[in-house]
Design a protein around this ligand. Sequence first.
Ligand code: UDP
Ligand code: MG
Length: 330
Amino acid sequence: MTELLQLTILIPLYNEEESLPELHDWIVRVMTEHHYTYEILFIDDGSTDESWSIIERLSSVNAHVRGVRFNRNYGKTAALQVGFQAARGQVVITMDADLQDSPDEIPELYRMIVEDKYDLVSGWKQKRYDPITKTLPTKLFNAVSRWISGVQLHDFNCGLKSYRQKVVKSIAPTLYGDMHRNLPIVANWNGFSRIGEKVVQHRARKYGSTKFGLERFVNGFLDVLVIAFVHRFSKRPMHFFGTFGTLSFLVGSLLAIWLIVEKLINISQGVKFRNATDNPLFYFGLVAIILGVQLFLAGFLGEMLVRQSLGKSADSQIAERVGFIDRIAV
Ligand code: UDP
Ligand code: MG
């Protein structure tokens, strides 16, 4: 029988040996002060330093400490995924291991889920101790995320967040690799729309240095684009392929008309007759028309398949939803 815990403190980490003992002691102080039932779940994402032996030592002195160790570095998203699956707390709080997130924020993040009934509360690092090369792309990323998802958060990627347990269980299967790391958007997409925000302190990194570079932003943007694409077009393939197909067809047709007009003008002015194929525009036009028709048909085919499968599965989907609601009500 699994124990019912109030809190899981989930900490993904990669080479954070210096911070771990201090972080552990601080969390324990907060837990003891508030009399929470809790577990601290460390996910060691393939550290090459002493992090894992420190986790083993901590768990031997504190029975609330659990750990998972990856055989190599899989990335923070993979670490969160495994943590979400293993978490036993009614509320799951994720935090970075580098002491940039303060455990003193935990009680309020917990309260907002339990009392204010939020599904997810995201930390907002209003004041950041980062260089402008990081804050500027972050601002842009957050603006794009808001615009695409409609989720009104200032800071989507803050490592400090709290989740209702059913939210982490629902989003865990949709995380993979470095993609889908925009967790508030995924949660919202899965129907958990009560998403709150809490201003949290951002402390300077005390030990070591950041594990992420520019590629995080590239991945982050790709993620948001994939989400937008799948979300907006997966049930409406015609809107995507159809529009491009039609545009391509129009461009090709305009070129064809222009070539005919040009030829007529030439003939009327007595210019020597030229083959249409002598003009490179002819090939552009031809390709654009063929491409346009192909894309349009692809969209049409997609739309037919989607409608067919939506129609067939509508009943079973509704049945599944009802079952799901039943399960969480228990
Ligand atoms: N992290 C991880 N796997 C990685 C990179 C980072 O688990 O491949 C952890 C890291 O140890 C830290 C958290 O993710 O606990 C946030 O990383 P970091 O502090 O380097 O990011 P920043 O604060 O610079 O955004
Ligand atoms: Mg950090």
